[in-house]
Design a protein around this ligand. Structure first.
Ligand SMILES: *Cc1c(COP(=O)(O)O)cnc(C)c1O
Length: 372
């Protein structure tokens, strides 16, 4: 028999699912029917609060929750909003950019990638030159490339898309809610994030924030029924209900998470906590002798990649296990050309949690006999 230890949860220093507050978890202790009037009001309020977080209340945008993990929402945008004879340009500097290209391949959406190394931001002139050929109807980019933690310049790239007349799609999965920006100012037509990243809800759905005038032109373009974005928003508008079974408990948790986001001062307040977490972590890691993969000027405060130390006693598996035994969960690396591990600084974690992790790391370094 599998038993789940109930005495204490491990702290998750990962890119999601994340550590959540007790009150977010408690919000799930209800059984709502999907047609319940109170539940329908909760969904409405979630959609309203998401527009606030994106600074676009009353600015012609709609927030559309979509069942599934974040990738399902990315697939919903690409599959529903690239017109049948359209062509997407996908900016790639990490695994999540590559994933968007893979979705296009599977859905047989005509596309090209413009790639740059994982430790550098995309070249704006190269993107402009590509779009100037007139071959592309859509441009897609990842905001925080969770592969490394780099923050891509979505405002500058959006300005290029606007001039070229291309629809602009941003995967802001791991930044939305903690890196403040105004979607309209960035020229974003479609943005995707999910419940279990910086808004600190539990997994179960993602959401799209769409410029409605753009979305309304996509009638009949969807390559999937369950991931049809326009049909999803029309269903919600008709009677407040999801077309298919909604993740009711995850939505209740998310509503509470949005209330807690507002109480923390919105994305700016949350970003300040995460930044402090990141600064505390990096200072402590450097003191222990670890080095970051990215140069500090490109590094965001969401997640940080650290290089494997050059030490004969190093083993990521042992390092991970010894931390895990102490109830600290870190994350493996994803960079393609360097050996790294990752530590996230998002979720319901505070400066004292970073100090606790650093104390555990110090013990593990000694126990493994690493000389850093
Ligand atoms: C986490 C993440 C995803 C994928 O989300 P899933 O919920 O695992 O499907 C996509 N893009 C970025 C940038 C992410 O950080």
């Amino acid at each position: 028999m599998v038993s789940v230890p109930s005495w204490k949860d491990k702290a998750l220093y990962t890119p999601g699912p994340l550590t959540t507050s007790r009150t977010v978890k408690q919000a799930m202790l209800r059984d709502f029917g999907s047609r319940d009037f109170a539940f329908i009001e909760v969904v409405k309020d979630i959609r309203r609060r998401l527009l606030d977080a994106g600074e676009v209340a009353g600015a012609g945008y709609d927030a559309i929750p979509m069942q599934g993990s974040g990738t399902f929402s990315i697939e919903a945008v690409l599959g529903s909003t690239v017109r049948p004879d359209g062509k997407a340009l996908i900016v790639v500097n990490g695994a999540y950019g590559k994933r968007m290209a893979r979705i296009c391949r599977v859905l047989r959406i005509d596309h090209e990638t413009i790639e740059c190394p994982e430790n550098s931001v995309p070249n704006l002139d190269a993107i402009r030159a590509k779009l100037d050929t007139g071959a592309f109807t859509d441009l897609a980019v990842v905001h925080c490339e969770t592969t490394t933690g780099i923050i891509n310049p979505i405002r500058e790239i959006g300005a290029i898309a606007r001039v070229a007349g291309a629809q602009y799609f941003v995967d802001a999965m791991s930044s939305f809610g903690a890196v403040p920006f105004n979607l309209a100012d960035c020229g974003i037509d479609y943005l995707v994030s999910s419940a279990n990243k910086c808004i600190e809800g539990v997994p179960g759905f993602g959401f799209v924030i769409a410029r409605r005038a753009a979305l309304d032109t996509t009638e009949g373009w969807a390559r999937s029924l369950s991931l049809d974005l326009l049909d999803q928003v029309r269903g919600l508008e008709k009677d407040g209900q999801f077309r298919f079974t909604p993740p009711t408990h995850a939505l209740l948790a998310f509503h509470q998470a949005l209330v807690e986001l507002e109480a923390e001062g919105g994305p700016a307040g949350r970003g300040a906590r995460y930044r402090k977490n990141h600064e505390t972590l990096v200072a402590g890691m450097r003191a222990l002798g670890f080095r970051e993969y990215l140069p500090p000027e490109l590094q965001g405060y969401i997640i940080t990649s650290f290089l494997y130390p050059d030490d004969p006693n190093w083993s990521f598996e042992t390092f991970y296990r010894l931390l895990n035994e102490r109830d600290f969960v870190i994350y493996p690396g994803k960079v393609s050309n360097a050996d790294c591990f990752r530590i996230g600084t998002i979720g319901r974690l505070f400066e004292q949690d970073m100090r606790a992790l650093l104390a555990a790391l110090r013990e593990v370094v000694v126990e493994m006999g690493l000389r850093l």
